[in-house]
Design a protein around this ligand. Structure first.
Ligand SMILES: Nc1ncnc2c1ncn2[C@@H]1O[C@H](COP(=O)(O)OP(=O)(O)O)[C@@H](O)[C@H]1O
Ligand SMILES: [Mg+2]
Length: 322
């Protein structure tokens, strides 16, 4: 379904910075974000409100330009792109689904016309057949003549996904796609993303607040204060249970889980050796507002201790250069 992809990762993002400048203030929305997404991956991004998730997605979607750092999608350098290449990039390389489905659809066009529009704009042929094929893919060919108002929230989101796929992008971006629908509908939308990923090899990146979704995605990246702070990887046991359900034709949405944690949390060490410790750990140890910790190398491990606690007196000369 997607265009033949190049080689290398789908998304390469290094030390990405985005500053919004308004008349009298500057907002540092992304402050050195690092992330690599492989081709064919299904990745979820989580994080508190205001942590920079939508900013990041908008940069990936070519809707806004990075301030500094490096960002490449499918080999396209998003900091060096001129206006014309940006238009083509938005049309062909990425598909975008917003939370607010009204933003995805032109209200006075039918579902089918909405899907035909991006194909028409890109000069694509057979747009009627192709639009119908896409509506079938999202399970909505019977609603092809309906307009925005006549579609339910979930149906609107599925049309939005068909629109996003119209020009065969390699990367599908979705910003809280299930934020405005009920649980059962969220499940159907999630299953659609999942099958597009598994059956068509589409790389899918979704921002979500939804724990039900995050539990079902292999790799979940947490953003905190405009940086990637930690990653959650699905345990092998959870992945096998989900794969068995898929093989049996069951929706992953019905996965009850075994009661065991579905993911393990990993902190991310950046190129400069910086890492963000899980906030939960800092809370539990009451480490607020402290600026210094001891880092000791002990039997191949790095052990962090609050300053002045359990101290192994350090020899200031050891390891230093004279
Ligand atoms: N267009 C903008 N102009 C100024 N500040 C913005 C703009 N968009 C987002 N911000 C600010 O950037 C930060 C990150 O926002 P956002 O990416 O929307 O976070 P999230 O999607 O994680 O809730 C917030 O402090 C937000 O207020
Ligand atoms: Mg947002």
């Amino acid at each position: 379904m997607n265009r033949p992809g190049g080689s290398g990762p789908m998304v390469e993002c290094e030390n990405l910075v985005k500053i919004y400048k308004t008349r009298d203030v500057e907002v540092l929305a992304l402050q050195g974000l690092d992330l690599t997404v492989e081709r064919g991956e299904f990745l979820a991004i989580i994080g508190n409100s205001g942590s920079g998730k939508s900013t990041f997605l908008n940069l990936l979607g070519g809707l806004d330009t990075p301030s500094a750092g490096r960002l490449a999608v499918d080999g396209h350098d998003l900091l060096a792109m001129d206006g014309d290449s940006r238009v083509l990039y938005k049309r062909r390389t990425v598909g975008f689904v917003w939370q607010n489905s009204a933003r995805n659809l032109v209200p006075y066009l039918t579902a089918q016309q909405n899907v035909e529009l991006p194909i028409l704009l890109d000069g694509g042929r057979n747009r009627r057949e192709r639009a119908l094929e896409l509506l079938e893919r999202v399970g909505l060919s019977h609603r092809r003549r309906s307009r925005l108002q006549e579609l339910s929230g979930g149906e609107q989101q599925r049309v939005a996904i068909a629109i996003a796929l119209a020009n065969c992008p390699g990367l599908l971006l979705a910003d809280e796609p299930t934020g405005s629908v009920d649980r059962a509908t969220a499940g159907r939308i999630f299953d659609l993303f999942r099958s597009l990923n598994q059956e068509s090899g589409l790389t899918v990146l979704i921002v979500t607040h939804d724990r039900q979704i995050a539990r079902r995605v292999g790799r979940v990246v947490a953003i905190r204060d405009g940086r990637t702070s930690s990653e959650f990887r699905m345990t092998r046991q959870a992945a096998e249970e989900l794969a068995r359900m898929g093989a049996a034709g069951l929706s992953s949405w019905d996965w009850p889980g075994s009661g065991e944690p579905s993911h393990e949390e990993l902190v991310v060490l950046d190129r400069n050796g910086r890492l963000q410790l899980p906030r939960d750990y800092l809370d539990r140890l009451g480490l607020h507002g402290r600026s210094r910790m001891r880092a000791d190398l002990e039997e191949g491990r790095i052990v962090l201790r609050p300053e002045g606690e359990g101290a192994v007196p350090a020899d200031p000369d050891e390891g230093s250069t004279h």
